[in-house]
Design a protein around this ligand. Structure first.
Ligand code: PEP
Length: 250
């Protein structure tokens, strides 16, 4: 039996707006009760101030960001630093999401540096790793996720006991295709073994699954011994679905 408290985090991606955010948070606050897992929502950065206000006065739902700058501050137009996120009550930051690796060309080293910046500011990075369909078909899944995590371990050393890892097979993100619980657990076990070689605290590290997790498949995925929660995209935008996943993690 795992002693890790599960985490369910909603990645809103580039969705939402002032009115929609308000309605969604109102529904989440109304329905979440006192969850026995950690819950977070990660809106686009321009809405962090709004979300900080909407989430004030409650402890059930934490605020997360979708990215953090690899730089501490200065002439980096468009970047948002870890310290700035912290100013708005951000507790978690997604780092190295496959969409950023793919569309913004983020490298393993940049991802590892972002992890360092987040940790230094007291923000828990949710570090995404995962293989593409062609990498899976070539039998490269383990190699890819180990390489991605290895860069984070190398730069951050024992501090990696403070991170959250999210295994997100790229072919499962936003596609409706989910890794089976057995497939996901197998990769999570690989990541756990890698963490154990790097820190004595590896059993504290939460490894989330992400990739078309939804209200129907969450319970089975979350029942696996090394699946410690979910990073939820599409289903995080519908309060009843997100709340069903939170309940399944309890
Ligand atoms: C994600 O983007 O992190 C994700 C898991 O998306 P979806 O749930 O929509 O596949």
């Amino acid at each position: 039996m795992s002693e890790r408290r599960k985490l369910v985090a909603g990645n809103w991606k580039m969705n939402g707006g002032l009115a929609a955010n308000q309605a969604l948070v109102q529904a989440l606050r109304g329905g979440v009760g006192q969850p026995v897992c950690d819950v977070a929502v990660c809106p686009p950065p321009v809405y962090l101030a709004q979300l900080q206000q909407l989430l004030a006065g409650q402890a059930a739902i934490a605020l997360g960001a979708q990215d953090v700058s690899q730089h501490e501050g200065g002439a980096f137009t468009g970047d948002v630093s870890a310290a700035m996120l912290k100013d708005f009550g951000v507790r978690y930051a997604i780092v190295g999401h496959s969409e950023r690796r793919q569309y913004q060309g983020e490298t393993d080293l940049q991802v590892a540096t972002k992890v360092k910046r987040a940790l230094a500011a007291g923000i828990t990075p949710i570090v995404c790793v995962g293989e593409t369909l062609s990498e899976r078909e070539q039998g490269l899944t383990e190699f890819i996720v180990r390489r991605q995590l290895s860069a984070v371990i190398q730069l951050n050393g024992p501090c990696i006991s403070e991170i959250v890892v999210a295994y997100e097979p790229v072919w499962a993100i936003g596609t409706g295709k989910t890794a089976t619980p057995t497939e996901a657990q197998a990769v999570h076990a690989v990541l756990r073994t890698q963490l154990r070689a790097a820190t004595e605290q590896a059993d504290r590290v939460r490894i989330l699954y992400g990739g078309s997790m939804n209200a129907a498949n969450a319970a089975e995925l979350l029942a696996q011994p090394d699946i410690d929660g979910g990073l939820i995209g599409g289903a995080a935008l519908k309060a009843p679905d997100f709340l069903t996943i939170v309940a399944a993690a309890a």
